[in-house]
Design a protein around this ligand. Structure first.
Ligand code: 5GP
Length: 143
């Protein structure tokens, strides 16, 4: 039997506003917020409002809606944090590194010569998250 969707996963709770997040973008289908354990400065997550565990069970229509937002956030993050590149990561199932079971795309600004921090490593200082969220919101507004 394939694994199912748990409506009480942490991103479902963030989407319902039951737990706080540093939200930077929202439209009819999609939300983006800062990762609390960023792998680099400005690490954000792009999440569909529709329930799916990961890419494997997602409705293709949802995938078509989310990728333009991933692009938008990646371009804005590159500008906001003056990064040299942007890494997009998306894990499916624990064997592949997935730890939160609501589909999401990681948008990770990358800087020449700067190693990436560990996946789900260290909690960021809330003030840093607030400042980075504001920088990313401003860059998104500028587009
Ligand atoms: P994945 O499922 O792709 O392994 O990663 C889940 C990501 O969500 C990790 O990068 C982790 O740092 C992040 N994360 C885990 N819990 C929370 C949370 O409560 N809020 C936010 N904003 N991010 C979280």
């Amino acid at each position: 039997m394939s694994a199912s969707y748990d409506p009480d996963n942490i991103f479902a709770k963030i989407l319902r506003g039951e737990i706080p997040s540093h939200r930077v973008y929202e439209d009819e289908h999609t939300v983006a917020f800062m990762d609390v354990m960023p792998q680099s400065t400005g690490h954000a997550l792009v999440v569909p409002k529709a329930a799916s565990r990961n890419l494997l069970d997602a409705d293709p229509a949802v995938l078509a809606q989310i990728l333009p937002v991933v692009q938008k956030v990646a371009i804005a993050a590159k500008a906001a944090f003056k990064s040299d590149g942007v890494l997009i990561i998306q894990y499916n199932e624990p064997a592949a590194g997935q730890t939160v079971f609501h589909l999401h795309f990681h948008v990770v600004p990358r800087f020449e010569g700067q190693p990436m921090r560990k996946h789900t490593g260290t909690m960021e200082n809330p003030e840093v998250l607030t400042a980075n969220a504001e920088a990313l919101r401003q860059a998104l507004r500028g587009r």
